[in-house]
Design a protein around this ligand. Structure first.
Ligand code: SF4
Ligand code: SF4
Length: 386
């Protein structure tokens, strides 16, 4: 028998939802949802489980991850129970349940803990620079640029990047494994081994494209009319932001020797073009999503959790300091380059360490994995039926 948690409503309120107890289970939200189907019927079922306190049922369901928060359900709910925001809060709650360290729960439910963790990690970076930085030479390269690699040798920074990437990958992957245990193993699904390979495309495709975002629109409108009317703006800007983030992460972790050079390449060199694309994506994305959140004009931007703002602010400072380091470096301003470089890493490091495995950006991994697990479950069920 399913265990009932009578205090579950309060638990979800801690993760940012508004009171959803007005829901009278009419099912209108599921009827209007363009992503809900007969295999995954939501959000009504998720709301029902939340109202009844069926915590175990929620922990094992994939449905909250299949919602991309278009807000249609909230707009049309006759009881103003705000099902879209509830789905968002359930995702935050699930993230904290997959995370075995308990850090995600702390960061999602306490501003103080999140800010303290950011400050702590920033100070660690500062202290490392105070004790281990190279000479702050004012001598410039033959092209008039700053000798950044003398102050912060790329091999040393790259070693730090690898350690950071190893730690955050370990946490994120172990949390995803926990998600797999809850969604697939706990549901007692027998998945034929070959499905894990044949469904891999869904994982890869959805990770890079976040395609369901685009599907979170009215179904009768064509792709081109949606594009012209701006219906896909959200997906396009989200894609810019995400791809900029992934490119920067790949360059600093995998190709720092190529990225952090003292040679000043021409503007059309791939190193500069990739850097410009990534920075453009981050800045446009941060401004676009911040304006939406400030204006609160549509459902999905009306309700901002403090972790939404923390993430946008960290991303903005990272992008701006990165641009300034680049400008000061190529214009031969050594001290400004060095100080800005330290500040840049003091923001970048906590952002990656906190946001990727424990907070806002973990959904970039959880969503495609949820779709992958869902495909495995659906195929296994269909196979059993036949
Ligand atoms: S959330 Fe609103 S639309 Fe959905 S079942 Fe409840 S009352 Fe109906
Ligand atoms: S926010 Fe949109 S995608 Fe999510 S449940 Fe509501 S209607 Fe469906």
């Amino acid at each position: 028998m399913a265990r009932v948690n009578p205090d579950f409503r309060n638990t979800l309120l801690n993760y940012g939802t508004e009171d959803f107890s007005a829901c009278y289970n009419c099912g209108n939200c599921t009827a209007v949802c363009s992503l809900s189907d007969e295999n995954n019927s939501f959000p009504r079922k998720v709301i029902r489980s939340s109202v009844l306190g069926l915590e175990d049922e929620l922990i094992t369901t994939v449905d909250p991850w299949l919602c991309y928060y278009c807000g249609d359900c909230s707009e049309t709910c006759p009881r103003e129970a705000n099902p879209g925001e509830l789905m968002m809060s359930v995702r935050r709650y699930l993230t904290s349940r997959y995370d075995w360290t308990g850090l995600s729960q702390l960061f999602y439910t306490s501003k103080i803990w999140e800010i303290a963790a950011i400050v702590f990690l920033a100070l660690v970076v500062l202290l490392l620079f105070v004790f281990f930085h190279g000479p702050m030479t004012t001598e410039l390269t033959a092209e008039g640029g700053v000798k950044l690699n003398t102050f912060a040798p790329w091999k040393t920074i790259e070693l730090g990047d690898w350690i950071m990437a190893g730690i955050l990958s370990f946490f994120l992957l172990s949390n995803i494994f926990n998600m797999y245990l809850k969604m697939v193993v706990k549901n007692k699904m027998k998945i034929p081994f070959r499905f894990y390979f044949t469904e891999l495309w869904a994982l890869i495709f959805n990770f890079f494209s976040q395609w369901r975002f685009k599907k979170c629109e009215p179904r009768e409108i064509t792709f081109w009319s949606n594009l012209k009317s701006g219906k896909y703006n959200y997906w396009i800007v989200h894609f810019l932001l995400m791809s900029g983030y992934v490119i920067l992460f790949t360059m600093i972790v995998g190709f720092l020797g190529w990225f952090q050079t003292e040679t000043i390449h021409r503007w059309y060199h791939p190193q500069r073009l990739l850097g410009y694309y990534a920075t453009f994506g981050l800045i446009v994305g941060v401004i676009y999503f911040s304006v939406l959140r400030i204006k609160k004009q549509n459902e999905k931007s009306k309700h901002s959790h403090f972790t939404d703002w923390t993430f946008l602010i960290l991303l903005f400072i990272t992008a701006i300091t990165g641009i300034l380091v680049h400008i000061f470096r190529i214009n031969g301003l050594p001290n400004l380059t060095y100080y800005l470089y330290v500040i840049h890493l003091m923001v970048l490091f906590p952002m990656l360490m906190i946001e990727v495995p424990f907070s806002k950006w973990s959904h970039l991994a959880y969503r495609p994995f949820a779709i992958y697990f869902n495909n495995l479950i659906t195929r296994a069920r269909n196979r059993e039926k036949n």
